[in-house]
Design a binder for this molecule. Structure first.
Ligand SMILES: NC(=O)c1ccc[n+]([C@@H]2O[C@H](COP(=O)([O-])OP(=O)(O)OC[C@H]3O[C@@H](n4cnc5c(N)ncnc54)[C@H](OP(=O)(O)O)[C@@H]3O)[C@@H](O)[C@H]2O)c1
Length: 296
């Protein structure tokens, strides 16, 4: 008889996310073990419990999900989990703090449907990520940069945007990145105005309820083929995009809102949980979730 599928939900927040718990159950997890306030120091014994209880051939029936609102801690926990595995004594791992990896993957899947598929042509594309310093924006920027797309990362603080670009370059040394200072007001003749005008793709990944591009700013996006707003809380992150827009044509551009991207995000999240139980060796981070999203 096959062993029940057990998922360890390791959350860096004191209360493990109910959202992640329900998605796990809907994706077929039979036993969910939920732990809060997980840190790199406290995770070792939890991993030992996962890898020492079943034979190697049965370890595909155990998996680990790492979540929480503090993405840096979650990434440190994920690193510690992998360091704790002992050769074949390991289980599959999904890292999706704040839903940032699955959301960013969904946005990139939607965006790249409308950009050239040829890798050489992609290198001539430019993207602008508004609110690009948050967990979702940083991952959107990283995924696009890995494809060779030039990415402008916008923030209200040039220093924060520069820091994010440096961080992405550590993961993607060949990345073509430009930090840009820009909030919701577009100053004439600014680097922000230029980045808007030159972008083939604009993704608004600002905080919930923050307007990042008003109608006047939107009108400057003359070259944009795709605009995506990930903020579902009014007012919209990009004025003129409805949260339900799904590939809606607006002049030469197509528009996606947060709810349509959210549906794709949910499919990626569920499929990723299913994939955890197909082997004991999967490590699913943003790049792997993007690959899952492309196949859906
Ligand atoms: N559709 C979905 O399924 C889904 C799933 C998860 C998240 N989301 C949404 O995706 C978006 C990004 O999420 P996140 O967690 O990465 O966001 P976040 O960390 O809350 O915010 C992202 C960035 O927005 C900027 N920001 C914050 N307050 C602002 C304000 N008042 N005005 C202008 N900019 C402001 C900040 O950048 P600077 O301080 O550097 O300017 C911040 O780093 C959110 O809107 C979230 O609700 C959607």
């Amino acid at each position: 008889m096959p062993l029940p599928r057990v998922l360890l939900q390791l959350d860096c927040d004191p209360q493990p996310s109910t959202f992640d718990a329900i998605v796990a159950i809907d994706a077929g997890v039979e036993i969910l073990l939920r732990h809060g306030s997980v840190t790199p120091n406290s995770v070792v014994s939890l991993v030992h419990g996962a890898i020492f209880t079943r034979g190697v051939s049965d370890l595909a029936a155990t998996a680990i999900f790492i979540g929480g609102s503090d993405c840096a801690t979650a990434e440190a926990v994920a690193q510690k989990v992998q360091q704790t595995f002992l050769g074949p004594l390991r289980v599959s791992l999904l890292v999706d703090p704040s839903g940032a990896n699955s959301t960013a993957s969904a946005a990139v899947v939607a965006a790249t449907r409308h950009l050239p598929s040829d890798p050489l042509a992609q290198k001539s594309c430019r993207a602008l990520i508004l609110g690009g310093t948050g967990p979702v924006g940083q991952r959107v920027a990283r995924l696009l940069a890995r494809k060779g797309i030039g990415v402008a990362v916008a923030s209200r603080s040039l220093a924060r945007a520069s820091e994010v670009c440096q961080h992405i370059r550590l993961a993607v040394p060949q990345a073509v990145l430009l930090p840009v200072e820009g909030g919701s007001f577009v100053e004439r003749g600014s680097a922000f105005e230029q980045a808007i005008a030159q972008a083939d793709l604009i993704v608004a990944a600002g905080a919930a309820g923050a307007l990042l591009l008003d109608a006047a700013g939107f009108a400057l996006a003359r070259q944009a083929k795709v605009l995506i707003d990930l903020n579902a809380v009014p007012p919209a992150g990009i004025e003129g995009i409805m949260s339900t827009d799904k590939g809606k044509q607006a002049g030469d551009a197509v528009l996606y809102g947060a709810l349509s991207i959210g549906k794709l995000k949910m499919k990626i999240h569920r499929r990723a949980i299913e994939q955890l139980f197909e082997s004991n060796t999967a490590v699913l981070d943003a790049e792997e979730l993007l690959a899952i999203g492309r196949e859906l």
